[in-house]
Design a protein around this ligand. Structure first.
Ligand SMILES: *Cc1c(COP(=O)(O)O)cnc(C)c1O
Length: 354
């Protein structure tokens, strides 16, 4: 048994996986208690009366080729949120194991720890250094109880990319000790390569990718965990047997058909241009003290003070626009997060704040 498997919860390693109904499309199905005919309004090719294929092979292959990994290194999930939950449930024993995260960051890591009953160890990013990773503090905090280290790059809600060299150094140091999970939900907006290319050499590295952000498919609920095949095999025991709906499978397969990569590049370029324009314009407003550099499709802004932040929220909502209030997060007491909208939406926001 490799160290990766030893790191997981022993009860999950020992668990006999649920035996789902065999997937043998060449035979007729009288083994899954499905209705034998389709409903009239069924929009799918396969028929919604049938259970979908668990880990649909064509979709796994398509996503593996999109991300440049092998199908054995990829698990299709209901978005990255599902991947975060599966990793936490498979690797952290309730009441004893811990998950490490670096706030301010995506809230789901702490929620997943809370649901599983795992301890949350927090090593704050260094705001004074543009929310850079505190490598030494992180490694010092990695006790034997820490099974998973979550990093988010570009980080939500601060928008910055973590140093690739620093992340890879941390990965090397965690060899044999813990999994390093890098959440790359926004990587397409950053214009840099994904860390997926390192998963072959670094079996402790797990990369989370999603179709929810740059691919514009948040409503489809589709993401991927990219990891060593042993990690994927463990997660397959934990994911619910028919997790990915046939509607999602067919929708995603058609969206990922030839031609879409060019559309993605175009969309990303538009968002990047609007991001630069909005950052510059916001920086000129009296309410705003600082616009942080962003490699994602949102901007973190510090308002002059807490009252200025409250006013900015009221003005935006009066203009019919929702922006994210971050004031309850430590270190972000006057901060807001603004998603990059269409040019017209961004203009309306600027107008309202002026
Ligand atoms: C939006 C977001 C996700 C969630 O993605 P889904 O694939 O829609 O579940 C994951 N991680 C981060 C950092 C996010 O901001």
């Amino acid at each position: 048994m490799s160290w990766l498997t030893q790191l997981a919860r022993p009860d999950i390693v020992a668990l006999a996986a649920y035996e789902h109904a065999a997937w043998l499309p060449e035979l007729e199905r009288l083994h899954a208690n499905e209705l034998p005919w389709r409903c009239a309004a069924d929009p799918t090719l396969a028929g919604l009366n049938r259970y979908p294929e668990p880990q649909p092979r064509e979709l796994v292959r398509r996503l593996a080729s999109l991300y440049g990994v092998s199908p054995a290194q990829l698990l299709v999930t209901r978005g990255s949120d599902d991947g975060i939950d599966l990793l936490t449930r498979a690797f952290c024993r309730a009441g004893s194991d811990a998950l490490l995260a670096c706030p301010p960051t995506f809230g789901m890591y702490a929620v997943a720890a809370g649901i599983q009953g795992a301890r949350l160890v927090e090593v704050p990013l260094r705001a004074a250094a543009g929310f850079a990773l505190d490598e030494a503090a992180l490694l010092a905090a990695c006790s034997a109880a820490v099974k998973l280290v979550f990093l988010c790059s570009p980080n939500n809600p601060t928008g910055n990319l973590l140093s690739r060299a620093a992340v890879l150094r941390v990965a090397e140091k965690l060899d044999g000790r813990a999994l390093l999970v890098v959440d790359e939900a926004y990587i397409e907006f950053a214009g840099v390569a994904s860390l997926t290319e390192h998963v072959d050499k670094l079996p402790q590295l797990v990369v989370l990718r999603t179709l929810s952000k740059a691919h514009g498919l948040a409503g489809a609920r589709c993401g991927a965990v990219i990891a060593a095949p042993e990690v994927i095999a463990l997660l397959r025991k934990v994911i619910s047997p028919y997790a990915i709906s046939q509607l999602t499978v067919e929708c995603v397969m058609s969206f990922l058909a030839a031609g879409n990569p060019a559309a993605l590049t175009e969309r990303v370029a538009i968002i990047q241009a609007e991001r630069a324009r909005l950052a510059e314009e916001l920086g000129r407003l009296g309410l705003i003290a600082r616009v942080w550099p962003s490699a994602a499709n949102f901007l973190l802004v510090d308002c002059r003070d807490v009252e200025a932040a409250a006013l900015a929220l009221r003005l935006s909502s009066a203009a019919g626009l929702l922006i994210r209030d971050l004031r309850r997060l430590p270190g972000l007491e006057a901060a807001l997060r603004i998603s990059i909208g269409t040019r017209a939406q961004n203009d309306r926001l600027l107008e309202a704040l002026r």
